[in-house]
Design a protein around this ligand. Sequence first.
Ligand SMILES: Nc1ncnc2c1ncn2[C@@H]1O[C@H](COP(=O)(O)OP(=O)(O)OP(=O)(O)O)[C@@H](O)[C@H]1O
Ligand code: SF4
Ligand SMILES: [Mg+2]
Length: 402
Amino acid sequence: MAKENSNKGYLSGKEIRAIAKSNAKEMKRLEAYKNRRCPESEFLSQMADDDNILEIQDLHTFFFTEQGVVKAVNGVSYDVPKNSVVGVVGESGCGKSVTSMSVMRLIQGPTGQIVDGSIRFKSNEYVLDGKGQPIPDGDGGYRMEEKVYDIAKMPMREIHRIRGKQVAMIFQEPMTSLNPVFTIGQQLDEVTLLHMPGATKQIAKEKSEDMLRLVGIIPENVYNAFPHELSGGMRQRVMIAMALAAEPRLIIADEPTTALDVTIQAQILDLLQDIKNKIDGSILLITHDLGVIAEMADYVVVMYAGKVIEKGTVLEIFQDPRHPYTIGLQKSKPTMTLDDDTELYNIPGNVPNPIDMPSHCYFKERCSMCTKKCSGEYPGMVQVSPTHFVACHLYDEETAHG
Ligand SMILES: Nc1ncnc2c1ncn2[C@@H]1O[C@H](COP(=O)(O)OP(=O)(O)OP(=O)(O)O)[C@@H](O)[C@H]1O
Ligand code: SF4
Ligand SMILES: [Mg+2]
């Protein structure tokens, strides 16, 4: 791995060459690992807790840049329990999207790489015969089996087993995910034709129409339309319908409403809330908006500079925040009761340079509660309740938890 640069504010020619050499070696090794052929046993795993659908453990995702190694995700661990909504919050650039893109294995190589950690996912899939065909269960359906994959260890050629089918993603800007040359109906039908064994065109069309109705769209108005003929809010509804069509166990929604105006945002959030109760799956919701998290999430993960600094149930994080950063975030949230001339609280200072992280707490330079201990080692995760964890030296006397 590249040496940290000498903290002079610029890199010498020698340092640039050393970074390039070490990056090239590391990227080559990791690309070969991603593209390897291997038996399934190499990427099968076990859940630590059977009630979870996703367990991210000690995930490290780095970008090997000319300036040095950007540790975008630097030892992140959190779980998504079955049938729950987990909200991920944190300042811009803290690694929320890079974590979720790692789950989908959409990190762009060779620069971006998962370098360490596990992403355990419990999939439910068809049992296939020797010819790769699903086996009927004698009851009108097909035989299914649960398998736990470590997505971080899966070769890229196997990712089709989970991407789109078991884990679907709703992006901020739907136009980038919809194909402009096909109608909404064609794109929706394709999801069913691809993922449902024995589906005919007629079955796929019926399913597409059901999905459109589920997201509040009258199918007759939209099925034959092209993406550019729809408004932003409608396109986002179509994206949600597409994500649902494959009946995934996990939906990742990364800032699903940021590109929409306020009234449409509220409608899309109502829709996600409604869907949460209808689907047999979980939602990982990434957003800057604490209000959205308070309304939608069962659990909250707070990230800062590539790490999880606090996690717990929504009540714990909102009513009993422990980390000085989470406390600051709550204060910086706009409320209806603020007078027009009341200034919003702003957490002073900046996030440290991701290429040159300190060895002490990353929040130290911005923290108003820091003590002598905070100049020492980076704080470990401390458990303050069965479901509430915080990485801050203020709680070191409570039960340390790895
Ligand atoms: N292709 C890339 N090359 C280098 N660095 C990258 C790349 N993509 C992301 N990063 C860095 O990774 C870090 C985490 O980015 P990420 O997109 O996950 O942030 P985020 O928490 O989703 O922020 P936002 O709230 O703005 O969406 C940032 O420091 C970013 O600069
Ligand atoms: S460890 Fe220290 S510097 Fe870091 S957040 Fe806690 S009190 Fe502040
Ligand atoms: Mg993001």
